[in-house]
Design a protein around this ligand. Structure first.
Ligand SMILES: Cc1ncc(C[n+]2csc(CCOP(=O)(O)OP(=O)(O)O)c2C)c(N)n1
Ligand code: SF4
Ligand SMILES: [Mg+2]
Length: 351
């Protein structure tokens, strides 16, 4: 419960990362979610990724909408900046914050209801603008917080807990993100941390719009036979197109490469993503091919996971707007208000 505070004392022998923090320093309040909720596993994966990447908690801004998923930023990175916004409106608040200070790591956490129903318009525009962020949808196919109504990502023909059939076609957020121009697109499963942690690390290292759809079963309302978001269903149908090794520039490359096709993608910060293909011919650097291959696999009823698409050298919103390199709060008055002559010149250019 959130009113039970965690002890601040840490055991002195806890391991510390490269910036001197223990893993406990990346935790938040005690979760109030149902025991077994997939969302808690995603929080644990975020904590592990940030700790292992030596990210200083105060360099992170976590933003969310409304829902059980959107409550989770309270349960990780307790020393980071946080903004629990309005239902479906996280993307515009994140965009504004990012424009004001490009130096922070922006972590948007949302649900399938938050992003695919009320927030669908905002989701679309934040992807097409290429905002530099990690956008995670914790996708359980229901509105968990309001007691389990089908969400817009629920598959046609899947059954509710009370046996009602869903007659609507699903909104495919992966397909939309690919079509709208997101430059890092991946799907994970809350029940597969070994796959999820490197997918999150790759998204953090990516300088552009990174979208992660994480299938995250709701044990209270959508974990029964007939659901396509239950732990059993996802385990049976999980079809990973690749496995990802995340290699930092500082680390010695010791990962052994299993036989099979390997694609290596170096990101702008020097991190290397080594992708072992599980599907012959799947190339995550080819947007159009990725779109058609993901659609084909999904049409066969598979839950396609892995790093589905990556653009090696993406442009982000700041590049497009040619904004100042410095956070706005660090600019002095002369830079913020350069005087009448400059204003006249801008006005003249608009006539
Ligand atoms: C403007 C507005 N409309 C509706 C609601 C009610 N509401 C709260 S959470 C939610 C859906 C949450 O679903 P999702 O984003 O999938 O999160 P989950 O709880 O499943 O993690 C809704 C409809 C609200 N809080 N605000
Ligand atoms: S209602 Fe569902 S989504 Fe919400 S905390 Fe419980 S299991 Fe998780
Ligand atoms: Mg949901």
């Amino acid at each position: 419960m959130t009113y039970i505070t965690k002890p601040r004392l840490h055991h002195p022998t806890l391991a510390r990362n490269g910036v001197g923090y223990t893993r406990r320093d990346y935790e938040g309040k005690i979760s109030t979610l149902c025991a077994g909720c997939g969302h808690d596993s995603i929080s644990a994966a975020i904590i592990q990724a940030c700790w292992e990447l030596d990210i200083e908690p105060h360099r992170v801004a976590k933003l969310s909408g409304i829902g059980c998923s959107s409550k989770t930023p309270d349960y990780f990175l307790g020393a980071s900046h946080g903004f629990n916004t309005v239902h479906g409106r996280m993307p515009s608040v994140l965009t504004g914050a990012n424009l004001g200070n490009r130096d922070l790591l922006y972590l948007g956490v949302s649900g399938d209801g938050d992003s695919a129903s009320i927030g669908l318009g905002q989701f679309a525009h934040v992807m097409r603008r290429g905002v530099n962020m990690v956008y995670i949808v914790e996708n359980n196919g229901v509105y968990g917080l309001t007691k389990g109504q089908f969400s817009a990502t629920a598959d046609r023909g899947s059954k509710s807990k009370k046996g009602v059939l869903n007659a609507d076609s699903p909104v495919d957020l992966i397909g939309m993100a690919l079509q709208l121009g997101a430059t890092y697109v991946a799907r994970g499963f809350s029940g597969d941390k070994a796959q999820l942690v490197p997918l999150i690390k790759g998204a953090i290292a990516h300088r552009g719009a990174a979208f992660l759809d994480v299938i995250s079963p709701c044990v209270a309302f959508n974990n029964h036979p007939g659901s396509t978001r239950s732990y059993d269903y996802v385990r049976e149908h999980n079809d990973a197109v690749n496995r990802i090794d995340f290699i930092t520039p500082r680390a010695e490359i010791t990962a052994t490469v299993a036989p099979g096709e390997v694609v290596e993608v170096e990101q702008h910060d020097g991190t290397l993503l080594r992708l072992r293909s599980m599907h012959a011919g799947y190339d995550p650097r080819d947007r159009v091919a990725a779109m058609s291959q993901v659609q084909a696999l999904q049409a066969r009823g598979e839950v396609v996971t892995g790093l589905l698409y990556i653009e090696r050298d993406p442009a982000d919103l700041h590049d497009a707007l040619n904004t100042t390199l410095r956070p706005l709060n660090s600019l002095d008055e002369a830079s913020l208000c350069p005087g009448r002559a400059v204003l006249d010149k801008i006005n003249a250019s608009l006539r």
